[in-house]
Design a protein around this ligand. Structure first.
Ligand SMILES: *Cc1c(COP(=O)(O)O)cnc(C)c1O
Length: 460
């Protein structure tokens, strides 16, 4: 009779007594090591029962390294930094805007202790968290007042709920857009309690269409920036100025959802002009809403700027309490806004603006240096022309020239891409024309060494 192969698995006590386990037992609690070892033994047992060959090593050293790998994996946080080699600057899945140094410092300053979040140091009494970024936002947008919430979806929700709950909100059919996989203008409008009144056609909406839709029941006109797509050809839309001229005499507020939150001019010569918050307000919008972590380059936040009477009503809205930002967000946002006071400083210090503004020559030089270092280490790498994207639903269709480092080698592109993702730190890269390519636009120069290490690990 053959021996039950499962009996070949050494027992817990015997393994733990082996010298191979000594370092683990010295650094980890015995209970954790035992639990991990039992789990490893269970996997081996299941493999044997399923008729798979026992692992090549059945000795204590093999178990010790399997247990160590298991404990390492368990200790790894779920949310981890990654290197974004995709060239998509505002990569929503990768956390959108990396913060400026000043924003990180500000955030750290308030993170570890108490802060005057809702406390007026001047008078020694209760203050409001809503006061913190207001001065800067007024200065940078020309708005009478401003309010910061958790993200732009929250900003649109709060604005509409405050001005148009139970009333009608008029919007062009061409602007009932979907942004990302979970923000649909129509759905947010419905949740705000406003009744949607669609006007015009997908490609053309005229001022007369809006005029015909206005009534005693109108609570707002909503104009949404088509952040993530463009329509061209036989198109028409009413300008913000025209809408303001139509709505103002009737006392109807015009809300302009700008999405990307650009406070300065275009961040790169290749990018077309986008309306800034200041321009939208000057053109007649009563309220503008925007994201903090798109082209503004700050933390996830939603910014509402405009008429003080509406902003005051929003502060009093109980919904604001559910959408309010925390002290870390406010600290990072305030520092980011502060950098925007001087456009040159912002373009130099705010990573999103710096990445978008990076010149083709600078990027090509970095790519050639990087490929050269890989080749010096015996790997296949060459520089090819390509394009980076703005991402984050901003500048649809716009492409920035890029110099990509294309990786070669014996492995398939899919396998190499997977190895990069599983590395430490993980590298997220694209596959173009059958090759893994790295776009250094979204890699900070300070990350070059870490990227080189991760790429050589993956190529090994
Ligand atoms: C991105 C975007 C939103 C959603 O903003 P979040 O900050 O992601 O909530 C809403 N409207 C427009 C036009 C956008 O571009």
């Amino acid at each position: 009779m053959t021996r039950d192969p499962r009996r070949a698995i050494p027992g817990v006590d015997r393994l733990l007594a082996d010298a191979a386990f000594a370092p683990l037992l010295a650094s980890e609690a015995r209970g954790r090591v035992v639990a991990a070892l039992r789990a490893v033994q269970g996997e081996v047992r299941a493999g044997l029962a399923a008729g798979r060959e026992p692992p090549e090593a059945r000795d204590a050293a093999w178990y010790a390294s399997a247990v160590a790998a298991r404990l390492r994996a368990a200790a790894r946080p779920s949310l981890r930094p990654v290197l974004n080699a995709t060239g998509v600057v505002l990569h929503t899945n990768l956390g959108r805007a990396p913060l400026a140094g000043a924003a990180i410092e500000a955030l750290v300053q308030v993170a570890g202790g108490y802060a005057n979040l809702e406390y007026e140091l001047e008078g020694g009494r209760r203050g409001s968290r809503y006061d913190h970024c207001v001065g800067l936002l007024r200065e940078l947008t020309g708005a009478e007042d401003a309010l910061v919430v958790n993200n732009n979806a929250a900003a649109v929700l709060l604005a509409l709920n405050t001005v148009a709950e139970g009333r009608e909100a008029v919007i062009s059919r061409g602007e009932l857009v979907e942004i990302g996989d979970s923000f649909r203008v129509a759905e947010i409008m419905a949740k705000s309690g406003a009744r949607i009144v669609e006007v015009g056609a997908t490609n053309r909406t005229h001022l007369a269409d809006y005029a015909a839709a206005l009534s005693q029941a109108t609570g707002a006109i909503l104009k949404v920036h088509r952040s993530n797509f463009r329509i061209t050809g036989f198109v028409a839309e009413a300008t913000l100025g025209e809408l303001a001229a139509l709505a103002a005499p009737r006392g109807i507020p015009v809300i302009n959802d700008l999405g990307s939150g650009l406070l300065l001019g275009p961040p790169a010569a290749e990018l077309p002009h986008e309306p800034t918050a200041a321009e939208a307000l000057r053109a007649g919008a009563d309220l503008v809403t925007m994201s903090g972590d798109k082209l503004l380059g700050g933390p996830q936040a939603g910014i509402i700027a405009g008429r003080s009477r509406w902003i005051a009503a929003m502060r009093r809205n109980p919904l604001a309490r559910a959408l309010r930002p925390d002290k870390l967000t406010l600290a990072a946002l305030e520092a980011t806004l502060s950098l925007h006071r001087d456009p040159e400083t912002a373009r130099r210090e705010v990573p999103v603006l710096r990445m978008l503004g990076a010149g083709a020559e600078e990027l090509a030089a970095r790519a050639h240096a990087f490929a050269g270092r890989l080749r010096a280490l015996g790997h296949e790498a060459e520089v090819v022309d390509g394009a980076s994207a703005v991402g984050g639903g901003a500048y649809p269709g716009a492409e920035l020239p890029a110099a990509l480092v294309a990786l070669g080698g014996a492995r398939s592109a899919a396998e190499l891409e997977r190895r990069l993702r599983h590395g430490e730190p993980p590298v997220v890269a694209r596959i173009t024309e059958g090759r893994v390519v790295l776009d250094l636009r979204t890699i900070a120069p300070a990350e070059d060494a870490a990227l080189l290490q991760a790429v050589t690990d993956a190529l090994r």
